[in-house]
Design a binder for this molecule. Structure first.
Ligand code: SF4
Length: 376
C-alpha cells in the first residue's frame, strides 16, 4: 500500500490526520485519489445529493482603511479623496434589494475605518434590525479588535454589545494564512494569527457562530497551510469541550489570492492547487461540517468541480463584491446560474440560511416532501 493510500485509509476509518499527514498529501500528485476521499468524507456528513447556497449580499460599507495590507486592491487610506462611507439610507436600500430577491444574509465588510466606532456600529445594527428581518453575518476580527482598543472594553464585552445590537455571526475574513511569518509579510498591522483566533474564540464563548477562511497563494509553505487547518481544528475542539453555546465554525472557505492591482507579485494559484487544498482541508478538518466553494475567485467551472472535492456548499450569490472585483475578478453569477451550475454538477440545488438550515429545495422530487421554510 502506498503511503498516500495508508493516510487516506486512516482518515476514511475515522482517524484524525496529523500535520505530517497533511503535508504528505500536499506533496503527492495523486490529486484524484485525494479528491475522491474528500468527497467520501463530505458524503458521510451530507448524504443527501444536495448542494446548498445562500442568497446574500456583500455590502462594502466603507473603503477607508489604515491597515494597509499589501495584497489589498480595495482600500483607500484615511486621507484619500476616493474614500467613502455609505450612508445608513444607502445601506438600508441595499438590504431591501436583497430581501426583494428572497435574500437572507448580509455580509457587511469594509475597511478598518478609524472614524467608525462601536457606538456607530451599535446604532447602525439596531436601525437595521428595527427595519428588516435579515441575518447580519458581518464585520471582521480586525474591526472588532479596533473597537476593543478604542473603548478599552474586553473583547467579549464588545462582541456581546454588537450581538445585542444585531450582529448575528462573524465571518472568517482576515485569517489569510494563520501563521505569523506570512502575516508579517502581507499584513503586518493585522496582528499575529493568535489575535484572529482569540477574537473568533471570544465570539464562540459569547454564543455567536463564525466561519473560517484560508487564502492561499501568498508564498506560504505546505506546512503553513496545514498548520492553519490544525489551528482551526483545535479551536473547534475547544468550543465543543468548553460547552459554549455556539456551533463554533459553521464552515471553512479556502480561496485564492488575486494579485491584480495589488502591490504584490505572485503566481496565480492553479485550479489543481486550489482543488488539492480544498480536498486536504476537508480531510484534515474532521470537526467542521460545511465547506464552501470559491467560485468567485476560481470561476464557475472550477466551482462545479469543487463539488466533487469535498464542498457541499456553493457559498453566497454575492450580489456585490467590490473587494474581489477591484482585483479584476469578473466571475459573477446570478441565482439562476448558480442553480444551473449545481445541476450540471449532478447535484440538487437548495437555498439555505446562514445557519445552514435548508429553506428551499429546487427539485420536483424533493419539493413535495421538503419545500419548507425555516425561521432565520
Ligand atoms: S484587506 Fe481589509 S484590513 Fe487589509 S487593507 Fe484591505 S480593507 Fe483594510
Amino acid at each position: 500500500m502506498s503511503p498516500i493510500d495508508a493516510i487516506l485509509n486512516r482518515v476514511l476509518s475515522g482517524q484524525r490526520l496529523t500535520v505530517e499527514d497533511g503535508v504528505r498529501l500536499f506533496e503527492s500528485d495523486e490529486l484524484e485519489k485525494i479528491g475522491h476521499a474528500a468527497n467520501q468524507v463530505m458524503q458521510r456528513i451530507h448524504p443527501e445529493p444536495m448542494t446548498t447556497f445562500v442568497i446574500g449580499r456583500n455590502i462594502n460599507h466603507t473603503n477607508v482603511c489604515d491597515v494597509y495590507c499589501r495584497f489589498c486592491a480595495f482600500y483607500r487610506p484615511p486621507e484619500s479623496s476616493e474614500g467613502y462611507v455609505l450612508s445608513h439610507e444607502e445601506i438600508f436600500q441595499k438590504i431591501q434589494e436583497t430581501i426583494d430577491v428572497n435574500g437572507t444574509e448580509i455580509l457587511m465588510q469594509g475597511g478598518v475605518n478609524p472614524n467608525l466606532t462601536l457606538a456607530y456600529f451599535e446604532d447602525l445594527l439596531q436601525q437595521i434590525k428595527q427595519r428588516f428581518t435579515i441575518h447580519m453575518h458581518s464585520l471582521s476580527t480586525v474591526e472588532i479588535g479596533r473597537m476593543r482598543d478604542q473603548t478599552g472594553l474586553p473583547m467579549e464585552e464588545v462582541l456581546r454589545r454588537l450581538n445585542k445590537a444585531g450582529l448575528d455571526s462573524l465571518p472568517g475574513a482576515g485569517a489569510e494564512i494563520l501563521d505569523d511569518r506570512i502575516r508579517q509579510k502581507i499584513s503586518k498591522r493585522k496582528g499575529p494569527w493568535r489575535e484572529w483566533m482569540d477574537t473568533m474564540q471570544a465570539a464562540h464563548s459569547v454564543g455567536m457562530s463564525t466561519t473560517a477562511t484560508m487564502v492561499i497563494g501568498f508564498g506560504e509553505t505546505m506546512e503553513e497551510r496545514v498548520l492553519h487547518m490544525t489551528r482551526i481544528r483545535d479551536a473547534q475542539d475547544q468550543c465543543i469541550q468548553n460547552g459554549w453555546n455556539s456551533p463554533g465554525f459553521l464552515a471553512f472557505i479556502p480561496w485564492t489570492f488575486q494579485s491584480e492591482n495589488t502591490n504584490m507579485v505572485a503566481d496565480k494559484v492553479t485550479a489543481e492547487e486550489y482543488l488539492k487544498t480544498l480536498a486536504v482541508s476537508r480531510l484534515m478538518l474532521d470537526n467542521i461540517r460545511n465547506f464552501q466553494s470559491s467560485w468567485v475567485t476560481m470561476g464557475p467551472d472550477v466551482g462545479k468541480q469543487s463539488l466533487s472535492y469535498g464542498c457541499n456548499d456553493f457559498g453566497s450569490t454575492m450580489m456585490e463584491e467590490n473587494v474581489v472585483s477591484a482585483a479584476a475578478c469578473t466571475h459573477k453569477v446570478n441565482i439562476d446560474l448558480i442553480i444551473q451550475l449545481i445541476r450540471e454538477a449532478g447535484k440538487i440545488p437548495a437555498q439555505r440560511n446562514t445557519k445552514y438550515e435548508i429553506l428551499r429545495v429546487f427539485d420536483d422530487k424533493y419539493r413535495v416532501e421538503k419545500d419548507f421554510v425555516l425561521q432565520n
